[in-house]
Ligand binder design. Sequence first.
Ligand code: ATP
Ligand code: MG
Length: 541
Amino acid sequence: MNYPLMNVNRALGPAVLVIFAIALLLSRGRYLDIFFTSHTILLVIPSGLGLIIFILIKNRIKKKIDLLKIQNDVVVIKNGEKLIASVPYKLSIRERGSQSRIDYANEIEALGRVLSRAFPDLLLTIVTQLENRPNTLLIASCEGKSEEQLRRRLKEFGEFLITVKDSIAPDIEMNSMRSSRALVVPLGDGGDAVFLKVYGSVPALPNSRGYSIGFDIELGKANDGYDTPVGLRKEELLRHVAIFGTTGSGKTNTAGLIAAGAAKLGFRTVIVDWHGEYSALLKDAEKWDVKRPLKLKLFQEDDDLEEVVQVLGEALDLTEPQRFLLLTILNLVRKKSRERVFDAVVRAEENSYWIRDVKYALARKLYTISTPKADILFSDGEGVEWRDILKCLKGINVIDLSLVNNLILRKVYVLFLLRFLTEAHLRNWDGKTTIVVLEEAHNYLKEDNPFIERMMSEMRKFNLGICVVSQSPSTIAPCVIKNTNTKLVHALKSNVDKSVVRDSMALDEKFTSALDKLRVGEALLSSPTLPYPVSLRVKKG
Ligand SMILES: Nc1ncnc2c1ncn2[C@@H]1O[C@H](COP(=O)(O)OP(=O)(O)OP(=O)(O)O)[C@@H](O)[C@H]1O
Ligand SMILES: [Mg+2]
């Protein structure tokens, strides 16, 4: 069970250096020719050997002392006919002064596995206290009829532990501990090797596993064997979140948890509800729908017209010539309303055949937002302007678009709502952070364009966070994927979607191949505050 050669190897380097140093000192500048003279050799070799022997003895003595302490710590109690002996060890992070990450939980796990395999007749209990610095109590127990035999077995265990610990768990320090301070541990059925892992209720794991330290919104439990609570921090919401997953994988439930959590943190929360699911999930929410719509005023006098054209261009799928013509017309029409803009397009002079084509195609597309049906969502008179949008949307708001049948109208509405919020946060902010949940985002955040890019990359600075929800990450604008720093990915089946997620989250093969096996409510979470993606079970909201 002892490996003295390992210690010799470790001591050899320093010993050789010391020998050389002594040799050089003795040579008084005459260096190597003197080094090999007989009297130096006579001095150097014994001192080197002495040093090695000293190191070996020191190590052996230390081990002996450790073992003696352990033997002292063995407690034996009588349970009917049987005797139960156990010995506790205290494990903690070794102070090294280095900044490198320590995977405490994994080291404990590995150590536990090796020990339970090597000593199947012992009961091992590992209790970890998860406060700021984790501490673990490892208790080895066994039962039998003779005290001497039990003590011998626990001694063997202690020797083995001392020998293997450094190679399996190099960052963990082990100390003996007085039995009186250890827990009383119930034993399993006679002879069963039970490997218990009981983690404390304080949700904080070692630093390396930062995912459980200090979150603001709890999402669920990690699939790490310890059920570590996992959540998001509020600053992560401002760095934008993406939730992906196939139909029925649990996206809406997850987004609902985030929205409710954001509202609890005092954030204004706006949910673009594509299928009318959120009012049931968020009972306290203010509901806006076709019966009680939040009408937007699309054209305002002092608007940045280029941006209006970009947003309309994206929503109505306008070609470049159509965008150009619209911009020209918006510049010409002084008092802007949907009707006036539409009329101005129809009346535009046709001084070449291509203008005629462009103009009618543009008019056809603008018609969608000029019909009475569009009046449900937009109003040129009493509609809300961007500068007032924050006053209308106070706490938690569900904007239910499920009964708006025309998809183009929905798209225009969502993009203008985003534009209004963006503009208000930039120019008329009321000091309250806003989180916007965008369901079925692939319908309107499809392609990169300057407005979407600006919104995604700059808005976090102005306290506006976006939570994008979609079943189809491969059809979402690349700048949206790039700028959502936190990703929660439920099950994905399609290879194209999987590869988008794999690339954006830098997933390894193990995680990528797990994506289609996730069950309802299970997800992979990656975020800037995590050292690596975590697999979790999202709680049911
Ligand atoms: N974390 C969870 N634990 C248990 N059940 C869940 C969980 N998340 C969702 N479910 C259940 O799975 C079903 C689908 O959930 P949800 O509506 O959230 O999925 P979705 O991905 O939004 O689906 P869709 O693409 O159709 O909108 C629901 O019945 C819901 O109750
Ligand atoms: Mg859904």
